[in-house]
Design a protein around this ligand. Structure first.
Ligand SMILES: [Zn+2]
Length: 92
């Protein structure tokens, strides 16, 4: 997938391959699913995005989820929330 920075008119480049994304759902947010992504960066302005997430991956109801979550956190997993402001409120 090609992703373009609309501000700079440049193609984003890989910065880090293999960044776990931990989706947080519910109130208060709890880990719900985990997907692998790649971090891309704009060589112009430094904007970074997490891209390339597959449809399938680790789900909260699977018996192996707690081990997957532990591993994702160890590898620098990024938490993603449903609502603006949740990251600052819950991401500690
Ligand atoms: Zn840019």
């Amino acid at each position: 997938m090609i992703i373009i920075c609309n501000k700079c008119g440049l193609q984003l480049r890989p910065k880090k391959i293999g960044v776990p994304v931990i989706f947080m759902f519910m109130d208060p947010p709890e880990p719900y699913k985990i997907r692998e992504s790649d971090e891309l960066e704009c060589p112009g302005c430094g904007l970074t995005v997490l891209a390339g997430l597959p449809e399938s991956g680790d789900e909260h109801f699977e018996p192996t989820f707690s081990a997957s979550l532990k591993n994702a956190k160890k590898r620098g997993g990024v938490k993603v929330y449903e609502h603006p402001g949740d990251k600052g409120k819950y991401d500690r």
